[in-house]
Design a protein around this ligand. Structure first.
Ligand SMILES: *Cc1c(COP(=O)(O)O)cnc(C)c1O
Length: 356
């Protein structure tokens, strides 16, 4: 398929102060778009100036939530090169998400090439202050205009770019989390393993309640027994217990994070034992009370590593530590070192953005 490129004639002002960037409120000059129609397949692939969409209000995405997305970043190295981190994994995960929602599949190589071309065109938008990056947001949704139809025909796929500041201002600092015992984010057999808007909508109420009480994140339990730890906010979660690293297994309701996968590999190669298994709140509390819970952290593309200082469950609080643990700090330094090109990439995780 041909990729048409239409450049903007009115480039926007780029943000100069990384502290005002926030996360995902400023967008670059261009976006990628392509459309899917039954019989015709994907067509009209183009990079165009960022503009509002014109979509019929009856489109299924607005009514039945048929939508999947991805999140990755482009990083600027000290040499001025722009690079992505394991984007092939994001392409495959988006296909897996689309399959679950029954949105049309796409050619991952074509989409990645289009993203590389888009980032290249807007490469001056990749910020250079420490910890800043260009967030890449692919999104696919159903555009069928039919309130009675449940299977999906037509779709649109967009890629937006947004310069973002360091997700956590002030560097790594342990946060307090609230273990949610009422609402659940996902259940086995549902859509928990996909990146779909519905999962986020389901998380809103608990997140709002936690925020109101002063917590940074919600820690989600499994949807059946509400006993086993699954994720923290929109991050995967890891615990260091008695020298070993334990992370919830990918049971179907946990999102298979690229950062999670990368952490597991880095930790194992460093000689840590990593267990992917069920981990209950009782086990966690018992480990803490026995002095064996050494560290806890969330991991994901946006924040990279977010250490957990304290967790509260049914009005009882458990303090892990006020300081970043050495394991979380090492993971943060290693991952960001590879992502920003300060450190060698022995795994082939980095994907350079070629200049056209
Ligand atoms: C995106 C996401 C993650 C983290 O995945 P990464 O690929 O590491 O960014 C974890 N949990 C949820 C629910 C997510 O949506």
């Amino acid at each position: 398929m041909e990729l048409k490129i239409q450049r903007t004639t009115a480039p926007a002002q780029k943000p100069s102060d990384p502290r005002t960037m926030g996360f995902g409120t400023i967008f670059t000059d261009h976006m990628f778009t392509m459309d899917y129609t039954p019989g015709q397949g994907w067509h009209d692939a183009a990079i165009v100036p960022l503009e509002d969409l014109k979509i019929h209000p009856g489109a299924a995405v607005f009514h039945y939530g048929a939508e999947v997305f991805e999140g990755m970043k482009a990083y600027r190295t000290a040499e001025g090169e722009i690079q992505l981190f394991r984007p092939w994994d994001n392409m495959q995960r988006m296909r897996d998400s689309a399959e679950r929602i029954q949105l049309p599949d796409f050619d991952p190589d074509f989409l990645l090439q289009a993203i590389l071309r888009l980032v290249d065109l807007d490469r001056d938008w990749v910020p250079e202050a420490p910890g800043t990056s260009l967030y890449i947001r692919p999104v696919e949704f159903c555009t069928d205009v039919d309130l009675g139809l449940h299977c999906i025909g037509s779709a649109k796929l967009l890629v937006l770019l947004s310069p973002v500041g360091a997700y956590l201002t002030g560097g790594l600092k342990p946060v307090d989390i609230l273990i949610e015992d009422t609402d659940v984010r996902a259940v086995r057999g549902g859509t928990g393993y996909t990146k779909c808007g519905g999962n986020y909508a389901a998380a809103n109420r608990a997140a709002a309640r936690a925020e109101e009480k002063g917590y940074a994140q919600v820690l989600w339990l499994d949807g059946v027994e509400r006993r086993y730890i699954e994720e923290v906010g929109s991050m995967n979660v890891m615990f260091k217990i008695d020298g070993k690293v334990v992370t919830p297994a990918l049971t179907g309701s946990v999102l298979p994070g690229v950062t999670r996968r990368s952490c597991i590999q880095l930790l194992r190669d460093k000689g840590y034992e990593v267990e992917e298994r069920l981990l209950s709140v009782e086990e966690l509390a018992a480990a803490l009370e026995a002095g064996k819970l050494e560290e806890a952290w969330g991991c994901g593309t946006a924040a990279v590593i977010s250490p957990i200082g304290k967790f509260c469950y049914q009005d009882k609080c458990y303090t892990i530590g006020e300081e970043n643990g050495p394991c979380a700090q090492w993971l943060y330094d290693t991952l960001t070192g590879i992502q920003w090109g300060r450190q060698a990439d022995p795994y082939g995780w980095v994907c350079k953005v070629p200049r056209a």
